[in-house]
Design a protein around this ligand. Structure first.
Ligand code: GLP
Length: 242
């Protein structure tokens, strides 16, 4: 694992955008795996800026998002569909059909999961996967469990994740299930960049980098075995690393 620690969020975000820009310049039809959440927002802002400045084009890029809530209408402002269109897709020249997000309202969720993994394969696999991390070490919505998950699947969210995310839902109930790429899907990406900031992520980062490889203690710990993982951290997120 390569670990880069930044003194501010702007330079961390620029480093993430640099990695994506370099890849797209080398391979204009690159396949990106994308994450939602606060962690990648700055990188998306920077990509929008570069795209508006004519430095970067997503015309041939394909993207696959990690996850989506089940049963939340796409138009809901808390859906990951809304997040991605608000924070990235709506401001770059990506073809809408190339910006895939799992459909948490599909009538047959099991079929949607299989079709999602198949579409990733057909696209040639993910060249670069962007990840955030949950406080309990989850990636995508792969919560602590007895075994590492394989492909895209439906999962129940843990109390820790519901507590961390429910602030966005005001008085509305937060969905308790989600569709997510599996650990196997994520692990198949050729390159992985994980972003984490703040004290609340320090424990998860310590477990990711130095903990036992354990699906129960920290799902992200499996990344220790991946050949090309970079962690972009601020000083607080890195503070428990020995
Ligand atoms: C959610 C998402 C994850 C994300 C995590 C961290 O649970 N499913 O994909 O990485 O939250 O989010 P944030 O970056 O807002 O801390």
């Amino acid at each position: 694992m390569k670990i880069c620690v930044f003194s501010d969020y702007t330079s961390l975000s620029a480093a993430c955008a640099d990695g994506i820009e370099t890849l797209i310049k080398e391979k204009p039809d690159a396949v990106l795996g994308l994450a939602t959440g606060a962690s990648p927002e700055g990188a998306y802002e920077e990509l929008i800026r570069r795209s508006r400045a004519g430095e970067l084009s997503f015309r041939a890029v394909k993207t696959f998002n990690l996850d989506e809530y089940c049963g939340l209408p796409r138009a809901d402002r808390n859906s990951y569909y809304s997040f991605m269109w608000e924070h990235l897709f709506g401001h770059i020249d990506i073809a809408p059909e190339n910006a895939r997000i799992p459909d948490g309202n599909a009538p047959d969720l099991a079929a949607e999961c299989l079709a999602y993994d198949e579409a990733i394969k057909e696209a040639g696999g993910i060249d670069l996967q962007v990840l955030g991390i949950g406080r309990n070490g989850h990636i995508g919505f792969n919560e602590p469990a007895d075994a590492f998950t394989k492909g895209t699947h439906v999962t129940r969210l843990t109390k820790s994740t519901i507590d961390a995310n429910k602030r966005y839902f005001d008085d509305n109930p937060m969905p308790e299930a989600a569709i997510t790429m599996g650990i196997g899907t994520i692990f198949s990406a050729k390159r992985i960049v994980l972003l984490a900031t703040g004290k609340k992520k320090a424990e998860a980062i310590k477990n990711t980098v130095q903990g036992d490889i354990s699906p129960r203690q920290c799902p992200a710990s499996i990344l220790q075995l991946h050949p090309d993982v970079t962690l972009l951290l601020d000083e607080e997120a890195a503070s428990l690393l020995g």
